[in-house]
Design a protein around this ligand. Structure first.
Ligand SMILES: [Zn+2]
Length: 70
């Protein structure tokens, strides 16, 4: 199967390339990095309300007082 690398537009072949549809590992990592950064931006507002609930109950100032002193 033949295609073009979505990153640099070089023609690539699936039977010769483990990184298909990318021409090389470098282009594959570039695309992976784009996905990772996009996912981070999208998932951030979804994660935030879940994280803020436990931190709202336990205040950082009280945490230190609850620790046993030795
Ligand atoms: Zn490429």
């Amino acid at each position: 199967m033949r295609a073009r690398c979505p990153i640099c537009r070089k023609p690539t072949r699936s039977e010769q390339n483990a990184d298909f549809p990318f021409c090389s590992e470098r282009c594959r990592l570039i695309d992976l990095g784009r996905w990772a950064s996009e996912e981070y931006v999208i998932s951030e507002p979804l994660v935030e309300p879940n994280k803020s609930q436990p931190t709202a109950q336990t205040e950082p100032g009280k945490r230190k007082e609850n620790r046993p002193r030795r």
